[in-house]
Write a protein that binds this ligand. Structure first.
Ligand code: FAD
Ligand code: SF4
Length: 514
């Protein structure tokens, strides 16, 4: 072979120009590796989903006539590092060129850029996946500089001509329909939550391999994998979302319930695995949503579609920009100097706090939680309880089906934990139990009482929230939006404030028992 081309597990983009031509002199290498299973503990569904998707991608390339070397752990277990494997393969086939697509993770990019292969020319290609070019990122994002999502998102809408009128104004007269969205699910709405579309790839072969080499992760897995692992399944999931869920996507985007067997998926797309493994392109997902609006335009649908487009064209591209502008170094940020250990119920769901129990148990069962469960339940709690950001980051990176560093780190350290000192979030995303009670029915069956602050049995989110606000009062009050919050706190009697803060201290000491 003249050329060896490496395909990483999250580079399953069948539309890449690499595959435009069938060339017998090009060997595509796709490999399961122990080193990719062990840098943090991963959910077993995540491990199996990546292995199964790589397997399906290798088969599809072969069927198209490409030369493919698909290596499983049986072939690669003796290689402790990716670079060792590449050296061996390039040496064996005596290729003149080694090519790779630029990894989206700093760790892997460094490994590949440092790789020197004797007698073999190495080159890097773009993944041809994102909507903001890698070369454009430094113009949009600078190290240690705050960039607000809203401005970036509007530029992206204009650049890609998405939901714009002929006069280049935002469709419907507004860039953002958030105020019309984000409602709680009423009791009567719960029966209407759609049944999620799931798949049934056999997990046995992949599970056995992971167990054989002692790298099987944590969490639940059944005989069948529910996540889409090939192009057809991913397109089916996209179509299901557009037809069944998009009409309520924005409305119930932040809602949470424990009253339905479909509560885990609600009206969310669950496309993040297909997107992050690059089985789907962000543009085709956005186009599908915009086409649905174009073929049936109404103000109600626009609010849903805009909310969805904002997540992919806005947030997803934005966090990637923030990641590259601030790496290396972002992964170790700890602006608030938090040091507590992650409580053991993050690994079991065994806690009296029903919201945490629901979010964690669901994550262990499905390798998935939706954004508000991640941000305002487990994230909020981790920030209020002052858990060390590195431990929280490793938990998120391990547990979620879609977790890859470039998207997980800015969301966890930046958005959820304020560990970057406000590069991403304009203020810490903290709330008392009142927010969780407003957006969910979790509190109704909780052992704690969300309505009280300082009494025995009070919801831990309440006292911990006021402790956080009091502790950081000096700098938080520089933000005028916070003054209202402090006015409510200051109206309380001194004794009530004191009792609340004392309860918070006791809750922190007994964090494991909450
Ligand atoms: P939907 O609700 O249907 O949204 C559609 C798509 O928008 C998603 O598939 C995703 O691609 C994109 N999107 C939405 N919000 C974000 C966001 N904040 N950042 C980037 N993309 C977004 N997302 C990941 O893909 N991987 C992660 O590792 C990850 N870690 C997170 C950690 C924390 C602490 C938080 C608060 C959020 C994290 N997110 C992560 C963002 C978001 O929670 C998930 O993208 C979303 O829940 C995936 O489910 P979905 O596909 O059903 O999304
Ligand atoms: Fe969570 Fe507090 Fe509500 Fe219980 S009462 S579910 S701990 S917010």
């Amino acid at each position: 072979f003249e050329t060896v081309r490496l395909i990483l597990g999250d580079q399953l983009n069948s539309g890449h120009s690499w595959y435009d031509e069938i060339n017998d002199q090009t060997l595509y290498v796709i490999a399961e590796l122990i080193s990719e299973q062990t840098y943090v503990k991963h959910h077993i569904q995540k491990q199996v989903a990546f292995f199964a998707a790589m397997d399906a991608f290798a088969q599809a390339l072969q069927e198209e006539g490409h030369q493919v070397l698909h290596l499983t752990l049986d072939d690669t277990h003796r290689f402790r590092e990716l670079s060792h494997l590449i050296r061996e393969v390039c040496g064996l086939v005596e290729c003149k060129h080694f090519q790779y697509q630029r990894p989206d993770e700093y760790r892997l990019l460094s490994i590949l850029r440092q790789l020197k292969l004797e007698g073999c020319h190495t080159s890097e290609a773009d993944t041809q996946h994102f909507l903001c070019d890698f070369e454009t990122l430094p113009k949009e994002f600078e190290s240690e500089k705050t960039v607000r999502l809203e401005h970036f998102y509007r530029r992206m809408r204009k650049r890609h001509n998405i939901l714009l009128t002929q006069e280049q104004k935002p469709e419907g007269g507004k860039w953002n329909f958030d105020v019309e969205n984000r409602k709680k699910l009423k009791k009567a709405d719960i029966a209407d939550i759609p049944e999620p579309l799931v798949f049934c790839t056999s997990t046995r072969e992949y599970k056995d391999r992971l167990e054989k080499y002692s790298v099987a992760g944590f969490g639940q897995i059944s005989e069948k994998l529910v996540w889409p692992i090939n192009r057809q399944q991913a397109l089916n999931l996209l179509a299901h979302f557009i037809h069944t869920c998009l009409c309520h996507f924005g409305t119930y985007q932040d809602a949470m319930t424990d009253q339905s067997e479909h509560a885990w998926s609600l009206y969310h797309s669950r496309l993040s695995f297909a997107l992050n493994s690059k089985i789907l392109s962000p543009l085709e997902v956005i186009r599908a949503a915009v086409d649905a609006y174009d073929s049936n335009p109404s103000h109600e649908l626009l609010a849903q579609v805009e909310g969805f487009v904002r997540q992919i064209l806005g947030w997803r591209e934005y966090v990637r920009g923030m990641y590259w502008a601030n790496m290396p170094g972002y992964e170790t940020k700890n602006h608030l100097n938090h040091k507590r250990s992650l409580p053991s119920y993050f690994w079991s769901g065994d806690t009296k706090m029903n919201c945490i129990k629901q979010a964690v148990s669901q994550s262990l069962d499905t390798a998935y939680a939706h954004h508000i469960q991640r941000l305002m339940v487990t994230g909020n709690f981790s920030l209020l309880a002052e858990i060390e950001p590195k431990q929280v980051h490793e938990w998120y990176l391990g547990i979620y089906i879609d977790a890859i560093e470039w998207v997980e780190i800015p969301n966890t350290l930046g958005m959820a934990l304020y560990a970057d000192g406000g590069l991403i979030a304009s203020k810490p995303y903290v709330s008392s139990g009142a927010y969780i009670n407003r957006m969910s029915d979790y509190c109704a069956s909780c052992e704690y009482n969300v309505k009280v602050r300082s009494e025995k049995g009070a919801c831990p989110f309440n006292a911990l929230y006021w402790r956080f606000m009091e502790k950081h009062r000096e700098w938080l009050t520089r933000n005028p939006r916070m003054n209202m919050v402090y006015r409510n706190w200051d109206k309380l009697e001194d004794r009530e404030r004191q009792r609340t803060l004392e309860l918070a201290e006791r809750q922190l000491i007994a964090l494991e028992q909450l």
